[in-house]
Design a protein around this ligand. Structure first.
Ligand SMILES: NC(=O)c1ccc[n+]([C@@H]2O[C@H](COP(=O)([O-])OP(=O)(O)OC[C@H]3O[C@@H](n4cnc5c(N)ncnc54)[C@H](OP(=O)(O)O)[C@@H]3O)[C@@H](O)[C@H]2O)c1
Length: 317
């Protein structure tokens, strides 16, 4: 389990693997829990853990008062992306300075990277084009999501747990550092050498990224239109049954698109970064849990809900 490189623990790999395992466990427990004795089902620990995993429409309405103390509004989702736009943007600018001008990363960053990546950071080396491209795509993703939260999505009175909020604030900070840990640093500097590194993996990864981003955006627009009239103003805050496009195949195409976005970044990184695939496995299990809860919510609330729709991955899950 403990990933090591030259005898040092690669903290980011351990971190993402633990998160992935946590959500895989949550997925498995959720699926076996109907078969557990009801005393486990009603225990306060179970209620607390359930409250930590669920958010928004899948959080149960009849929760105890002590659990509601931890609620914060789900419409604060934009805070995560605002942090990410600033942080990922800063890391991108610093990487460009290293790659193009030969300036080293600042000391505070190399110390953090040495700790997280399990290797002494060599200040004389420059990031590869893969890393710069992933940083750019991640920054674009965060900006789009920020704008969608502020300008497209219509939020109800849904809530998230304060622990989920704190986690979300730290998520993109660690993610930005993880991208740098995936880099196979090289000696080359300058625009020409960066240009010569470009290959088919970068192009196919970027193409998948763009397609998945469009899918995610159109899915979020469809959800928003369930609440707005033709004027664009909110008419209701109820949840409706989404129809059209990929919603005919899965209940949560925006979660499927999220997975594809992370897979596409893995392709841009060359497809062989163990560190990045642990991030992808976290996104896979995290979004699988969210999609299954969402699917169950729809099935329970709407009798007419199309039963043949999968929750997350078309024709699979
Ligand atoms: N990488 C990660 O770890 C991670 C984690 C979480 C989310 N995400 C991504 O962030 C994006 C948003 O996630 P989310 O969980 O907030 O999605 P979501 O629960 O589907 O909500 C998206 C928006 O649509 C509204 N909505 C949801 N279902 C609706 C329905 N049936 N009828 C009308 N409106 C509806 C929500 O309002 P209310 O909920 O306020 O009612 C919210 O405004 C997704 O693309 C997801 O992939 C990524």
């Amino acid at each position: 389990m403990w990933a090591s490189m030259g005898g040092c623990v690669v903290v980011v790999v351990v971190l993402w693997s633990c998160l992935a395992l946590g959500f895989l466990l949550a997925f498995l427990i959720h699926n076996i829990s109907p078969r557990l004795p009801s005393k486990y089902e009603r225990s306060p620990l179970r209620a607390f853990l359930r409250d930590l995993i669920r958010y928004g429409k899948t959080k149960q309405r009849n929760r105890d008062d002590w659990l509601r103390v931890f609620d914060v509004p789900k419409r604060w989702f934009w805070h995560f992306y605002a942090v990410s736009v600033v942080w990922t943007g800063l890391l991108l600018v610093l990487s460009l300075q290293v790659a193009l001008q030969g300036q080293p990363y600042p000391q505070w960053l190399t110390s953090s990277l040495s700790f997280l990546c399990g290797v002494q950071w060599d200040e004389s080396r420059a990031p590869q084009v893969s890393t710069l491209l992933v940083q750019l795509l991640l920054w674009g993703h965060s900006l789009r999501r920020l704008l969608e939260c502020l300008l497209v999505s219509v939020y109800s009175q849904g809530v998230i747990h304060v622990a989920q909020y704190v986690f979300g604030m730290g998520y993109y900070v660690i993610l930005g550092l993880t991208v740098l840990c995936c880099d196979n640093l090289n000696d080359a500097k300058g625009v020409d050498s960066l240009f010569h590194q470009l290959d088919l993996g970068h192009l196919s990864g970027a193409a998948l990224f763009i397609w998945a981003s469009l899918l995610q955006h159109s899915s979020l627009v469809t959800l928003a239109r369930l609440r707005t009239g033709s004027s664009g103003a909110a008419k209701t805050f109820d949840h409706g049954v989404p129809h059209g496009g990929w919603f005919e195949l899965v209940s949560c195409p925006h979660y499927f698109a999220e997975l594809l976005i992370y897979v596409s970044l893995g392709l841009v990184l060359g497809g062989l970064s163990l560190t990045w695939w642990t991030v992808v496995s976290y996104v896979l299990f995290n979004q699988a849990v969210a999609a299954q809860l969402c699917q169950e919510y729809y099935m329970k609330k709407f009798e007419c809900y199309p039963r043949r729709r999968c929750a997350f991955i078309p024709f699979v899950l």
